[in-house]
Write a protein that binds this ligand. Sequence first.
Ligand code: IMP
Ligand code: MG
Length: 338
Amino acid sequence: MPVRLLVGALFGDEGKGKVAAYLSFLESPAYAVRTGAINAGHTVFHQGKEYKLRALPSGLVTHKGKGAVAPGALISVGVLKEEVEALGLSREQVLVDERTGIIEEEHVERERRDRHLSSKIGSTLTGVGAAMSDRVMRRLRLAKDFKDAIEKFATVTDVVSLLHDAVDSYKVVHVEGTQGFGLSLFHGTYPYVTSRDVTAGALLSEAGLAPSDVEDVILVTKAFVTRVGAGPLKGELSEEEVERRGLAEYGTVTGRPRRAAPLEENLDLLKRAARVNGATKLAITKVDVLFPKARGVTAWSDLPEEARLWISDIEKEVGVPVCYVGTGPEALETVGVC
Ligand code: IMP
Ligand code: MG
């Protein structure tokens, strides 16, 4: 079956963008599909350049094929336009489903005024939850209502039919998820979660694809756990310890410092994510942060022995093969194992 789903195992920022870009380079999919919304920022480095994507699929960075925005996604016209320009894509390469939800300034303002979201939850305040609630109340405007504005730089079309045409002719389709299992509206640490489910089932629903179309569910974890915003984090390290271990990171969308914890303290989350998503493959990113000698390595045999043992332990614990190991920020700084 031609569909691969890419989902996050933790609290987002696992490096899904990087893994998507690597897989897209390997497989040149007919379509890379973005789900989720613009609260999620995916950072990809390729050939020395940095890309920060909040609306377009990360796969487009390494394979300039066709990118699609799912009907269940929520984007803003402005963010989409900036990214199409930054990647130098043609109108024909960027397909937005007629039913994709559109976030407007009013949604952002509504979230900024919301004390519950800003103080308690630590929301990114990008208007996603407000737009999602408008969608549930059936008053959100969709891409087809902004056709004239969007069609200056992208194509508004029936993405779902195009994806099914591709699947029917056995063309590869990559569907990229956002955030991570711990932030799922249904399965995460509610109420400290985002405004949508982010598991494999939700990706299919958002893209309009069927479970029987799926070949692989690739679950992405980082070699350590980070979390921005409020909510529980097992084994959370002090700020000094985060610095000392070289785990300091800052949010792509908000610039906030990320809280951090060891992956070993969060294996229950990883295992549950593997089960609920039906993971067939595991990707572990930033292994070079724990094992500096792994930096830039692209062959399993070149990884330091201690890194290989650590990865094998995770694999045994989770019961899913580790197929991709991230060894540096560049998309192609990856060990492909299976
Ligand atoms: P919201 O989805 O923007 O309302 O944010 C709700 C919670 O999810 C907050 O804790 C955010 O920091 C977190 N969150 C939302 N999107 C992302 C993401 O892409 N990466 C990491 N955390 C996120
Ligand atoms: Mg991110």
